[in-house]
Write a protein that binds this ligand. Sequence first.
Ligand SMILES: Cc1cc2nc3c(=O)[nH]c(=O)nc-3n(C[C@H](O)[C@H](O)[C@H](O)COP(=O)(O)O)c2cc1C
Ligand code: SF4
Length: 435
Amino acid sequence: MSEQPQLLYKHRHVPGINTIDVWMAHGGYENFKKALAMEPDAVIEEVKVSGLRGRGGAGFPTHIKWNAVPKNRDVEHYLIINADEGEPGTAKDRDLMNGLPHLLVEGCLISMHAIRASKCYIYIRGEYIEPWKSVQKAINEAYEKGFCGKNVLGSGLDFDIYTHLGAGAYECGEESALMSSLMGERGMPRMKPPAAPLPMISGAWKRPSVVNNVETVSTLLPIIELGGAKYAEIGYGSPRSRGTKLFSISGHVEKPGVYEIVLGTPFSEVLELCGGVRKGHTLKTYIPGGSSMGFAPPTPLDYPFDYEGIPANTKTLGLGSGGLIVFDETTPIVPITQRLVDFYHHESCGKCTPCREGLNWLHKIYGRIVAGAGKESDIDLIWDICDSIRGKSFCALGEGAIWPVMTSLLLFRDEYLAYIRGGKDAMTDLTTIGL
Ligand SMILES: Cc1cc2nc3c(=O)[nH]c(=O)nc-3n(C[C@H](O)[C@H](O)[C@H](O)COP(=O)(O)O)c2cc1C
Ligand code: SF4
């Protein structure tokens, strides 16, 4: 099995690592001091050389976002941390905030320096009470030690970090909806460039704002510690997928959990790391990158698990935010897909017709199929509804909602037919897992 360097999780198992004293005893805040001694643009250059891509789902190169922020300091800049993690199957940001809150706080400080921000808002999913408490305690400790506040470490710079607990809407993870919610408005997405300015020019409160994922800014520590070039040497697959990434692995595996894995590790090894498919069972399908990326066929298994390898080898969208859900042969695909449809239907913000009406329709059709009253024509109807959402929804929620549906139809059409023809009897011999 290939070596899995632990960069983010280096100190994961150290007792008390969530406290600032233990964190500092293990080199905590040294990378912030190192970055603070550098020019902001030099930090951005290290990030560019490292090849870091945003870990929030879209995989957008971090340095491009950061370089788009105006370099002057006369208008206040904001760093906004997206900790609204809510997609079925993802729990990596929760793990990081619970166990290593100073990794996030130090990552925020380095990132704020790079983009010349004096204020950072950490927008945390409403249900994440424990992670919120953990992060808030770490922020308080950082203030006490002088890493936050006015004239930090004599630099002449001010760094303030605030937490903001959301109200539990998945849509508020979309970055423009997140900024609206942060400002006290309805959490609905806004127009994107070219119809509207980039958030890096006019974001929250119309000021230059960068929205980054929890894991993205946490990755700044190993990048500053190793240097961008050394960081970019880590990775087995594509030159565009460098470093390590957190994956939350759930479902029918022996050891579910959050794992730090080198990008490009063969998928078969990723499965081995989490103990493989549960004993006595075989792999039926899996969702490689979070539910909005869709289901993958059980072969091939030896492809590089990274931003380029997943779409090329599984016909699903991609790596997403790294939520790998494994299903063995006992999994009934139709009720599992129904569970996902219901999630997206519930979370649709209702702004645009294709998503609002289309997901409502899918919710009803899946309801009748699972209740044993489906019709064979429902299969084509489901496909047509997905086609009417595809490429026509205002934000990526609508697009993401149809991927598990379309891929389940492509891979398991026969199972849909068996469900519909067999009625309720076809379902009784199958066990299900809770998503
Ligand atoms: C419906 C929806 C939900 C999202 N949820 C999250 C989330 O929980 N966390 C996150 O970091 N990004 C989420 N995103 C992606 C963000 O809009 C944005 O791309 C990301 O926060 C950028 O950070 P990064 O460049 O560091 O990846 C979501 C996007 C959509 C469309
Ligand atoms: S796609 Fe769905 S979640 Fe996104 S704006 Fe339209 S209705 Fe809202």
